[in-house]
Design a protein. Structure first.
Length: 245
């Protein structure tokens, strides 16, 4: 059996049953996400500080890039009366805007050009299209299990990735930024819990091929049994770290 969970400071992980999916998750005022080098954790690549309101919606993101400081930025987010994100503002200007029509969200760039479209089923993201009007346009569909966890990802009609061995007692830390999820889709904000294995299907490119691959994810928890660090075989040289307040 794969080694899934590392216990912080040698503590044995306490046995517990999965949380009720209807239970309200714990709210935080801030979440700090840090990406650092695995071989030298003093070398920080970037850090993101998220501030939340009393309802758990992200109101600001302070991104610091330690390798390329010129790419550092601060974003502020605005919401409509339904709690749906409608604007990302940087340097006093609208960086992205979102138009909602029922369960469909259209994302526009600073020039008011549509760059992505997201389709929801209730509070769950069912599919989305990105890089619209380019040669890199992609259509991605999510398949969920009964715990609202994404078990597979279909790209342009084909299953490309599966997510295996969920721990439903542990929340995915980046699920805390779900309110701005359509603007930070690469961070997996719509994954409710943590998983131990990412199965990537073979891929054939123009002049290369990628075999079937299995990437293990390993977790360390803080004293409150929340995810503190994530190390995975896919990124290989990096470690993600989380702090909550």
């Amino acid at each position: 059996m794969r080694n899934f969970v590392l216990c912080l400071c040698g503590l044995v992980l306490l046995t517990c049953s999965p949380k009720d999916t209807n239970e309200q998750p714990e709210a935080f005022e801030t979440l700090t996400y840090t990406l650092m080098e695995k071989n030298d954790t003093s070398k920080v690549v970037y850090r993101q500080n998220y501030a939340m309101d009393e309802e758990g919606k992200v109101i600001s993101e302070d991104y610091t890039n330690f390798l390329f400081p010129q790419h550092s930025r601060v974003s502020y987010f605005e919401y409509n009366s339904k709690g749906q994100v409608v604007k990302e503002v940087r340097d006093g200007r609208v960086h992205k805007s979102i138009l909602w029509t029922n369960n469909v969200a259209e994302v526009l760039d600073a020039q008011d050009e549509k760059i992505a479209e997201f389709m929801f089923d209730g509070d769950m993201l069912s599919s989305y299209r990105t890089h619209l009007n380019t040669s890199h346009e992609r259509h991605i569909t999510f398949i969920y299990d009964s715990n609202k966890n994404i078990v597979s990802l279909n790209v342009d009609g084909e299953t490309r990735i599966e997510y295996l061995d969920y721990d439903t007692s542990k929340r995915n830390p980046l699920n805390l930024i779900k309110s701005i999820g359509i603007l930070r889709i690469d961070y997996k904000p719509f994954f409710t819990n943590i998983f131990s294995v990412e199965k990537v299907y073979p891929f054939e490119g123009d002049d290369y091929s990628v075999p079937m691959s299995f990437y293990d994810y390993r977790y360390i928890f803080d004293s409150e049994q929340r995810v503190f660090q994530i190390e995975d075989d896919k990124s290989a040289i990096y470690i993600s770290q989380f702090e909550y307040r």
